[in-house]
Ligand binder design. Structure first.
Ligand code: AMP
Ligand code: GLY
Length: 427
């Protein structure tokens, strides 16, 4: 079986790694891939926004199944194009991917279906937005409606902060361009966050292990938001009871609502949850696996991911079960100096071959490339160091032992990944 994985980040490397361990022993192709994925299969230099190029690649290589990693091609409708051409593809189509592609759509959808989320209002002009802000006061959260690479949400603790966020999105010098021309302003929710992943055929679903991300750049959750600086799985915060509640009040009603509205949701539904005093509420929906959460969710998934994906495409997912994981995993993201602001690339990475000497650790490539035979940095998030073990403590130790083997100039990483999880385990 030939599988094409679209994307070039840590998430896609982790998906490839899991599929390489499948009992079905698939042949893996990546587009465009990265040096980590080159070790698992063949990489083709076709960008993830070159839909026609990807289609001809899948056709000429006689690919049996395509898995789409990132949100941009899903939101852009790559699944529709593959389906129209009779190709098997895993992921939501364009209409369903709007759950991530448009926060305005997703918030309105939740309101229509009484799915618990923060109270909100949508704006396209600065003055009415400012008027509502004065009514609501701070703290408040302001979000660009379109895709903004995880950086489109600003949590504003004071009114001046909120005004400047509104100015930056709706004012004359808007920073997010079209993605920010529509703005969702919403109630600030207090609580702890968790990421839940439902793999679904549009009707039924199975839950992958839960995870917790670390979105801020600095230790103790300080500094600006990033794409994610580390994660661990499973999240002790998500007890069986809370998972059942979220399935009943959020996941099933979302799948049912999308189906009833003529947009069945198939693929991975990533539910970003806030566990508030009133119960779990949706922070955001994403239409794909999380990055870096995938790097910890997939290694501890006991089932064969390929079997689950094929069952969801064949309509037999109802017969599948996912057992609670027996192990723990943690990932520490090593990022470029300056990230999430501007950063240099092309900086040599040393010591990666030493990571294998750390038992239970492995490196995932996020932003790397080969330059004249040398491995160099090529993005903000460069590597994900994953540790696995029978306890969360051992998983964390393995991940940090891995980071100690690797060096590139200016590397920054958080030193407190998964501390929140440990704190919950020792109460
Ligand atoms: P988003 O892009 O919607 O995932 O938001 C990014 C981050 O901002 C989330 O992971 C939360 O930490 C925070 N956030 C978003 N919405 C809210 C909210 N309504 N209340 C509190 N924090 C929020
Ligand atoms: N880790 C956050 C995301 O994938 O959106």
């Amino acid at each position: 079986m030939k599988i094409l994985i679209i994307g070039n980040g840590g998430r896609e490397h982790a998906i490839g790694r899991k599929l390489a361990a499948s009992a079905k022993k698939p042949t893996l192709l990546f587009a465009p891939g990265n040096p980590g994925m080159e070790e698992l299969g063949s990489c083709f230099a076709v960008a993830s926004d070159d839909f026609r190029g990807l289609l001809s690649l899948a056709q000429s290589q006689k690919v049996d199944l395509t898995i789409v990693g990132p949100e941009q091609p899903l939101v852009g409708g790559i699944v529709d194009l593959f389906n129209e051409n009779g190709l098997k593809v895993f992921g939501p189509d364009k209409a369903a991917a709007a759950l991530e592609g448009s926060k305005a759509f997703s918030k309105d959808f939740m309101a229509r279906h009484h799915i618990p989320t923060a109270a909100f209002k949508t704006f396209r002009a600065l003055e009415p937005a400012k008027a509502w802000l004065r009514e609501m006061g701070a703290p408040i959260v302001i979000k660009a409606s379109g895709l903004a690479g995880g950086k489109g949400a600003v949590v504003c603790m004071t009114l001046p902060e909120a005004e400047s966020a509104l100015n930056s999105m709706l004012g004359p010098k808007a920073v997010f361009g079209a993605a920010g021309s529509e703005v969702v302003m919403e109630e600030f929710m207090e609580g702890e966050e968790a990421s839940v992943f439902a793999l679904t055929d549009g009707e039924t679903f199975v839950l992958l292990p839960t995870a917790q991300d670390h979105k801020r750049i600095g230790d103790g959750d300080t500094g600006p938001n990033t794409g994610g600086m580390g994660a661990y799985a499973p999240a002790p915060l998500m007890t069986r009871e809370l998972l059942d509640e979220a399935s009943r009040t959020i996941i099933q009603p979302t799948l049912d609502g999308m189906r009833k509205e003529g947009m069945p949701y198939r693929g991975i539904l990533y539910v970003g949850l806030m566990i508030t005093r009133q119960g779990p509420k949706v922070v955001e929906f994403n239409c794909r696996l999380g990055d870096p959460e995938t790097q910890v969710v997939l290694p501890i998934l006991q089932e064969d991911l390929l079997d689950l994906i094929l069952a969801s495409l064949d309509g037999t997912l109802g017969k599948c079960q996912v057992q609670p994981p027996k192990e723990w995993a943690a990932v520490v993201v090593m990022a470029s100096k300056g990230y999430p602001g501007s950063y240099e690339t092309g900086i040599p990475i040393e010591g990666l071959e030493q990571v294998g000497s750390v038992a239970s650790a492995h490196a995932i490539h996020a932003g790397t490339k080969r330059l004249q035979g040398r491995l160099v940095t090529a993005g903000g998030r460069v590597l994900g160091m994953v540790g696995q073990g029978p306890s969360l403590t051992e998983a964390i130790q393995a991940a940090y032992a891995g980071t100690a083997k690797v060096a590139f100039a200016g590397a920054q990483f958080r030193s407190d990944i998964a501390k929140k999880g440990l704190a919950r385990l020792v109460v």
